[in-house]
Design a protein around this ligand. Structure first.
Ligand code: ATP
Ligand code: MG
Length: 438
């Protein structure tokens, strides 16, 4: 079927050269390869997992590539699903682990748009073709668990050793085929501490605008991977450096012009990176709420300036910012709902009268709202005294809580449209020590 005679041969590295211990590969991935093999298919661990294993990094997940077709794979594994987004794949479940199994495919033969962007690449191919359609040499290594060899068609083995991200084939063409690869190279370089090969890097600035043609939902997915890579701050810095920040998130355009916004973002990103690096979970809604917060603040103040009352002005601002964002990078509704709740809690957290404070504690997003306010306080945008008050109030016994309350009348007498002042409400007690958010 495929021109097997012309099939290029890979370079083969044995156990003594690659040093990957079989024990460092997930049970599920080994099992998938073994079962496919007993059914006369070839199957390899591919992509990021091989790259990470060569680097001595624990892979996030394991992908398998095989010559078996999706329906055949599905039939072999009772606990598996056919997934059909851009391309049909199979998810095989082993307890908590999901192994993604894809059929070898050829990058060529698909349809492209007028900029050269591949709209479909769902043509099955050989192993060599499958290697050639992958993005970077370091991501195109095949590990065969049966004989413990690494197969390398594009020099990825040497590139991993010299810590270089290099695109496979002609950079211009490959970035045109899929502009998201420009974001991917930045993410991998920042995350792995790799350099970008000069020829790969050269056309990025010029092609950066092609990102705008990528469907907004896909852009969101890739951006989320970048933000949750554990190296978000480094990734965003590199995106700016490569001129890739335009049109992604408005914050990336304004980050330098808003000193306070920048401090807030830096804290949010550093906190996210730290959490990921120590294995804690991160809420994407919280993160995106933080990324867009200064946009919301600006729009809020703007609306208040048009004589709107503060709370309606905030709600309008939230919608304005999210609407403007949707065309570029569409944030799914499941996240925007939570983001709005977090934002809407901010002025509510300034009210510390009896009933209100107690009601807020039971709000399902209280913790996220409080953590967000803490971030604002740490960046100098909200009074630290307020954050400290809530830190104490959450942990206090009922009696102490009652004593801490600040009467409503104090708030009611204020003029309408009060500004959130630097000093905030007068504290009735000395603030507690700084309390970390988690
Ligand atoms: P991570 O550690 O972040 O999961 P990864 O390399 O496994 O990194 P994935 O997004 O999981 O990245 O993709 C798996 C593999 O699929 C990649 O290693 C690469 O070979 C291939 N791939 C993914 N996206 C693309 C793309 N846009 N163009 C070409 N190949 C791609
Ligand atoms: Mg992966």
């Amino acid at each position: 079927m495929f021109n097997m005679g012309a099939e290029p041969a890979p370079r083969i590295y044995g156990r003594d050269k690659h040093g990957i211990a079989r024990g460092s590969i997930s049970h599920g991935a080994l099992k998938v390869c073994e079962i496919l093999r007993t059914h006369k298919h070839s199957a390899y661990i591919v992509g990021g997992a091989v790259r990470d294993l060569l680097l001595g990094v624990v892979p996030k997940d394991f992908d398998v590539a095989t010559d078996a077709h999706p329906e055949e794979i599905h039939r072999l594994f009772r606990r598996s699903h056919l997934i059909g987004r851009r391309f049909k794949l199979v998810h095989v479940l082993f307890g908590p682990e999901t192994v993604e199994v894809s059929t070898f495919r050829a990058g060529e033969g698909g349809e492209a748009d007028e900029h050269g962007r591949l709209l479909r690449d769902n043509v099955y191919g050989t192993r060599a073709q499958d290697a050639a359609r992958r993005d970077f040499t370091a991501n195109a290594l095949y590990y065969d668990p049966h004989d413990e060899t690494v197969l390398d068609y594009h020099g990825g083995f040497a590139d991993v050793r010299r810590k270089t991200m290099r695109i496979i084939g002609d950079p211009r063409l490959r970035f045109r085929e899929d502009p998201v690869r420009m974001l991917r190279v930045v993410r991998f370089a920042a995350k792995l501490g790799f350099g970008i090969d000069p020829k790969t890097r050269a056309p990025i600035r010029e092609l950066a605008d092609l990102i705008e043609n990528v469907p907004a939902a896909r852009l969101f997915e890739e951006m989320l991977k970048l933000l949750l890579s554990g190296h978000a701050a480094a990734c965003l810095a590199q995106l700016r450096k490569e001129g890739l920040h335009h049109g992604l998130l408005p914050l990336l355009d304004v980050i330098v012009e808003q000193p306070q916004g920048e401090r807030f973002l830096r804290l949010a990103l550093d906190q996210t990176d730290t959490r990921i690096q120590i294995g804690k979970s991160v809420s994407p809604a919280f993160l995106f709420a933080a990324l867009l917060w200064h946009e919301v603040l600006t729009a809020w103040r703007n609306n208040e300036g048009k004589d709107m009352r503060s709370i309606p002005a905030l709600y309008l601002a939230m919608d304005q910012v999210l609407d403007a964002q949707t065309d570029k990078l569409s944030i799914p509704r499941r996240l925007t709902t939570t983001m709005k709740e977090i934002w809407a809690l901010q002025p509510r957290l300034e009210q510390r009268s009896g009933k209100r404070a107690f009601v807020l504690l039971t709000h399902p997003r209280f913790r996220a709202g409080y953590d967000f306010m803490l971030l604002r306080a740490e960046s100098g945008e909200a009074p630290m005294e307020l954050a400290n008050w809530w830190a104490r109030f959450q942990d206090a016994e009922l009696e102490e809580r009652n004593a801490m309350l600040i009467p409503d009348s104090a708030a009611k007498k204020r003029p309408r449209r009060r500004r959130r002042s630097k000093t905030g409400d007068a504290p009735e007690q000395a603030p507690a020590q700084d309390e970390p958010g988690n």
